[in-house]
Ligand binder design. Structure first.
Ligand code: KG4
Ligand code: ZN
Length: 338
């Protein structure tokens, strides 16, 4: 039931989750349906773009219908349609965008395009009702690694980004090298708890002194070289130790740079977002760093960390409230900048 509140139907299809949600007033979740394709892509060891697009096409209408049914709202009661239009896989984005446009046109509703990373950040508004900008955000997922200074609901500035692999990509690649499976992040998270993070030391890549950028491609090679040299020496590789050592190297850099960004920019709040923000060791390390520096830490529950449409609906709401509108010429932009 609508109850006189602003209602958003949101759609997300930028990678391998087909998702739709109905939101009330930006932060209230009336429904949040996620159809994951992980089991399909698992057999290939990663997301196959063409297969992802085809599955989005097969699933999208059912996912939207389920979101509307669960929220118990009719299309008449919807005030706007929010949709991810980038960044992401172009074929995947196009399915969600075409669907959103069709609903917007047929029902005469405004269309609001959402930047996927803006959506990830907004997941925190859903989880933490009291949270407001400004704050420092760390967005870490399979496709992105960004330190973002958030100054308003629709205003932000990217301070740093990965120059090669995203953090989640590094987790996924190292998990594959270790024979753990896909997606690698949750598997490394689990097995690293049984390992010694100091047994194998991997290089921490900090780049230039003042840089907030990252580079993670070297660590995958470092792990590969270590495994090969151990095998050549006839020694068995301790997977838990390697996972723990890899994770420590990546997280040391991520945590240090995020804390420095918050301190340098005078922010007393840090917000985590994206799939890797579900990582238990990252949460522990950030919590400790924030406590020592008098910074409050926020992160969403795991289901709102990974891709979902509730976060897209929340971001759409704030664009709508600022008077922003898109039209049916809105196009999918795979490398959309923030
Ligand atoms: O945000 P997301 O669902 O999709 C993108 O926008 O990329 O993030 C997926 C990524 C994958 O690389 C996955 O391995 C990683 O998030 N991930 C994790 C954890 N859970 C998911 N990485 C580390 N620890 C986790 N617990
Ligand atoms: Zn994402």
């Amino acid at each position: 039931m609508k109850d006189g509140k602003t209602v958003t139907l949101a759609i997300e299809s930028s990678c391998d989750e087909t998702a739709a949600a109905v939101m009330s007033e930006g932060r209230g979740v009336l429904s949040n349906i996620i159809s994951s394709q992980i089991d399909i892509h698992k057999q290939y060891g990663g997301v196959v773009p063409e297969i992802a697009s085809r599955h989005h096409l097969t699933n999208i209408n059912t996912v939207v219908d389920r979101a509307m049914e669960e929220a118990d709202v009719s299309m008449d009661e919807v005030d706007m349609i929010g949709v991810t239009y980038g960044p992401g896989l172009v074929g995947a984005l196009l399915i969600g965008l075409a669907t959103a446009k069709a609903y917007a046109l047929a029902a005469g509703k405004p269309l609001i395009g959402v930047h996927h990373i803006h959506g990830h950040i907004c997941a925190n508004y859903i989880e933490h009702r009291e949270l407001e900008p400004p704050f420092m955000a760390l967005v870490i997922s399979g496709g992105h690694t960004n330190i973002v200074e958030v100054t308003g609901y629709n205003e932000c500035r990217v301070l740093g980004a990965t120059r090669d692999d995203a953090a989640g990509e590094a987790y996924d690649k190292v998990a594959r090298v270790l024979g753990l499976g896909y997606p690698g992040g949750p598997l490394i998270d689990r097995i690293a708890k049984e390992g010694d993070p100091h047994a194998v030391e991997f290089k921490r890549v900090f780049l230039e002194k003042d840089s907030f950028d990252f580079s993670f491609s070297g660590i995958k090679t470092g792990v590969l070289n270590y495994i090969n040299s151990e095998k050549q020496a006839g020694r068995e590789v301790n997977v838990a130790d390697v996972a723990a050592g890899f994770q420590a190297a990546v997280l040391d850099v991520i945590v240090a740079k995020t804390l420095r960004a918050a301190i340098d920019m005078g922010k007393d709040r840090i917000v985590l977002a994206g799939g890797v923000a579900a990582n238990s060791r990252l949460r522990e390390m950030m919590a400790e760093g924030c406590r020592k520096n008098g910074i409050d830490l926020y992160y969403p529950s795991p289901v709102l960390c990974t891709d979902n449409a509730a976060m897209i609906g929340c971001a759409a709401y704030y664009r709508y409230m600022a008077g922003e509108r898109d039209d049916l010429t809105l196009d999918a932009i795979p490398n959309l900048e923030l």
